[in-house]
Design a protein around this ligand. Structure first.
Ligand code: LLP
Length: 393
């Protein structure tokens, strides 16, 4: 008889509580990344044997220790700007450019030139660039990023397909793109699609592979198919973890059906989100018109996701983790904007008070890297640790 499903393992930060409190004492807001979690996620992805090439979308978190951890697990990097490319070659001066992908959007001509000069793989998603800058592309190998006519993802603002989106070459324009490429002796060796971020459809990636394989056959010179990133993580307490084994099995199945191509992926969030916690100190607890608010020294300046996408992050009072008496609070930051709310109506210890340390969970992706100086507040601190689940004294 099968019993109820096993409860998910306790999040890493519970066992690292003392260490995190000591870190917070050195100043908040502070992002802490647990590299053991990054490594574990990388290995889970590496178990998907159908995948030939893995790129980390470094926009999610370019912290050098994270990049080193992923590089050691065999990942290359997907970059979207000259700054990101420069960063890779600063962290790894001898890095093989063949393991770097440049997938920019509306980048200036000079960034394509610089990318070709470095020898990295360039992805292009419009025909205008081939018309306007023929000398930049002539004789090169490139990948083409396609818009499969739809976007997916956790919020409208992270969908990257369909006619409302600025990304990708529409299928209707593919023939003209291929013809122009041929005229310039440009060889299209890869096709690419990334439909959005936080896609909660397990069969999405195999579907994308199948569609791209059809177009790749038509192009005739394609060797590799990149099905993007977008793997979700369970931000909400009732969400189940992404079934990576089922995902891998689906990819193996579709790859067997279209075996002529190498398969590439470029996830960001899945690899790093759960490794990161944002620590902050409570500044004030205020009740107004029946609403109790806990204010902290981190708000939408330190973590934009709730204000931008109404994103959910678990929030915990690390100073009173086992305090059973709870009360409902909004958690707000110090920024002079009404959107500076990290969470609405959350249960926190009723005794939550000035000086307590709050932990915002799953903040390792699109956290620090999207932080800003608004109101001339300082950027958060960042720190990496390698926690094995056993708290140090
Ligand atoms: N590849 C391309 C071409 C992308 O544009 C992105 C993300 C990725 C891969 C990685 O996607 P991921 O696996 O991380 O979902 N700031 C938003 C997410 C924006 C994603 C932008 N592009 C958020 O915090 O949810």
């Amino acid at each position: 008889v099968q019993g109820p499903p096993a409860p998910p393992p306790a999040p890493w930060w519970r066992t690292q509580r003392e260490r995190l409190l000591r870190m917070a004492a050195h100043g908040t807001p502070r992002y802490v990344y647990n590299l053991a979690v990054v490594r574990e996620r990388a290995r889970a992805l590496n178990g998907a044997t159908a995948i030939d090439r893995r790129f980390f979308a470094l926009k999610a978190n370019p912290h050098p220790d994270i990049l080193r951890t992923l590089q050691a697990e065999g990942f290359g990097f997907e970059c979207v700007s000259q700054g990101e490319l420069q960063h890779v070659f600063t962290v790894f001066p001898q890095f093989d450019p063949g393991r770097v992908l440049f997938t920019p959007s509306f980048a200036p001509r000079g960034e394509y030139e610089a990318a070709f000069a470095r020898g990295v793989t360039v992805t292009l998603d419009n025909v205008e660039a081939l018309h306007n800058w023929p000398e930049v592309f002539a004789g090169r190998k490139i990948w083409v990023r396609l818009d499969l006519g739809r976007g997916e993802g956790h919020h409208a603002k992270v969908k990257t397909g369909g006619s409302a989106s600025k990304f990708g070459l529409p299928i209707a324009a593919l023939d003209a793109f291929v013809a122009r490429a041929r005229a310039l002796d440009v060889r299209i060796v890869g096709v690419h699609a990334h439909l959005g971020s936080g896609v909660d459809l397990p069969k999405h990636w195999q579907q994308v592979y199948a569609e791209l394989a059809g177009f790749a056959d038509g192009i005739g010179t394609v060797e590799i198919i990149d099905i993007g990133g977008g793997l979700p993580i369970p931000y909400k307490p009732d969400a189940s973890p992404f079934d990576i084994a089922a995902w891998a099995a689906g990819l193996a199945e579709i790859k067997a059906a279209y075996p002529r191509f190498q398969l590439a992926i470029e996830p960001g969030r899945y690899l790093v989100a759960e490794s990161g916690a944002l620590l902050l100190h409570v500044t004030q607890v205020v009740e107004k018109d029946g609403v109790r608010r806990v204010g902290g020294d981190a708000g939408m300046n330190a973590l934009m996701r709730p204000a931008l996408y109404e994103a959910y992050h678990g929030i915990h009072n690390l100073s009173r983790l086992d305090d059973a008496r709870r009360a409902e609070f909004d958690i707000v930051g110090p920024i002079c904007e009404s959107s500076d709310v990290l969470a609405h109506s959350r249960l926190l210890p009723a005794a939550t008070a000035e000086g307590d340390v709050l932990l915002i969970a799953d903040a390792g992706a699109y956290g620090y890297v999207m932080a800003n100086h608004y109101n001339l507040r300082d950027l958060p601190h960042e720190e990496a640790m390698d926690g094995d689940g056993i708290d140090e004294p």
